[in-house]
Write a protein that binds this ligand. Structure first.
Ligand SMILES: C[S@@+](CC[C@H](N)C(=O)[O-])C[C@H]1O[C@@H](n2cnc3c(N)ncnc32)[C@H](O)[C@@H]1O
Length: 394
């Protein structure tokens, strides 16, 4: 059993886990953590979890003192005879305690081990949980002597102690976001983490080929290829086609990866796929046209115009590709939703007309549709993630 520490938008992280491992094998543990019971669990592929750990101990109820006692007892016994120096980080989630309380537990283990001749380096806790950068930088969870304990408390006082299997590689994610040759602030910057989540949300694992018909600079394409998936990318703008091409070449040089890529210019509302493309494509994953960016909620007339325009383009796109794609194709389409001052969202009308366009929306068990929204606090244009399947032909 693994526990994952979810990212900034926990519901998206749980949706990703549900699509990868099945609703029966995933459950919410607390608002920021989920449990996964699967022999195929692979933290590396996730976009929506910051850390994950193998569960060592689960208690029906307890507080920090209970957890701390268990940790000190178990790990001083375990490491007493260690020939190697141990590096230890401790991260607490869901506790009302201070970083000093966490540190004290580590110091107690350090003292007891010193008495028995084992040396331990304790990672300092500026917060009760180490941030992902500190965990990753110290390579915690990546070898038996570099350990991070994830101690998680649920609101009903259940406790889990887990040994981390790694933290999100934010250095590589940031490099892919910023160090690639081409980025474009105007078309928007799809965070690689979100691209990764969207690919996983397709639930598709057969080889086939992914198509992003609004590929922009190619963020979805790059994350898919890093997962071993062949890709097609297309975009209305030749400039974006050139950017995505350059970014793909950069990825080839930097990571020496095999998956094939082909990027071409096409209008998603009237593109005609060729026979090879039709037979290969088994998932469509894209961040569709989001309209113009806003730094403050637009006036109602402006919002109506932008929403109408986005709705038109995305409906036309869905209607155009429907007869061309295989009926089993999985679609993950990020569309815009606009947030007003009170935090309410205005959605695209097409969301209520999917059947007319030839699609059905997939509903998940652990997360409601309205939780599949990605935005930062100060963002007006959120991305609403639609999980779609073509309606059966007959
Ligand atoms: C929100 S951006 C996608 C950004 C992309 N995810 C990336 O990583 O850079 C939307 C893209 O859709 C393209 N676009 C707009 N209308 C289009 C259409 N009718 N057909 C195809 N692409 C279109 C724009 O040129 C833009 O690159």
């Amino acid at each position: 059993m693994h526990i994952t520490i979810l990212g900034r938008q926990p519901a998206l992280g749980v949706a990703e886990l549900e699509q990868l491992y099945g609703a029966n094998n995933v459950r919410w543990f607390s608002q920021q953590a989920a449990l996964v019971d699967s022999p195929n669990f692979d933290f590396e592929t996730l976009g929506g979890s910051q850390k994950a750990g193998q569960v060592v101990l689960e208690l029906d109820r307890g507080n920090w003192l209970t957890a701390s006692r268990q940790i000190v007892q178990y790990y001083t016994a375990k490491w007493r005879a260690s020939e190697h120096k141990i590096t230890l980080g401790i991260s607490a989630y869901g506790f009302k305690i201070s970083p000093r309380d966490v540190q004290k537990t580590g110091l107690l283990i350090k003292k007891k081990l010193r008495d028995s001749g084992t040396s331990l380096r304790l990672i300092p806790n500026p917060e009760i949980a180490l941030n992902t950068a500190a965990s990753h930088h110290n390579k915690l969870g990546l070898s038996p002597t570099k350990v991070e304990l994830l101690v998680v408390r649920a609101p009903n006082n259940r406790l889990i102690i887990a040994e981390s299997v790694g933290a999100q590689n934010i250095t590589a994610l940031a490099a892919r976001d910023q160090a690639r040759p081409r980025t474009d602030a105007f078309v928007g910057m799809l965070p690689p983490k979100l691209a990764r989540m969207m690919i996983n949300l397709s639930g598709e694992t057969k080889p086939g080929r992914l198509w992003d018909p609004f590929c922009g600079t190619g963020t979805v394409l790059q994350e898919a290829r890093l997962k071993g998936i062949n890709v097609y990318g297309s975009d209305l703008s030749q400039k974006m086609v050139d950017y995505a091409t350059e970014n793909m070449q950069w990825l080839d040089n930097k990571y020496q990866i095999d998956p094939q890529w082909q990027v071409f210019q096409a209008d998603a509302t009237d593109v005609k796929l060729n026979t090879a493309q039709k037979s290969e494509i088994n998932r469509v994953v894209c961040e569709a046209y989001l309209g113009q960016p806003f730094s403050a909620p637009p006036k109602p007339t402006k919002l109506t115009a932008v929403r109408g325009n986005c709705n038109h383009i995305i409906s036309q796109f869905l209607a155009n590709i429907r007869p061309q794609i295989n009926p089993s194709t999985a679609l993950v389409v990020a569309v815009p939703a606009w947030r007003d001052h009170s935090g309410k969202f205005t959605h695209l009308p097409l969301i209520d007309q999917l059947a007319d366009l030839g699609y059905r929306r997939l509903h998940l068990n652990l997360v409601s549709d309205d939780q599949l929204l990605y935005y930062r606090e100060n963002q007006v244009v959120a991305r609403e993630i639609l999980l779609l399947k073509p309606l059966d032909e007959n």
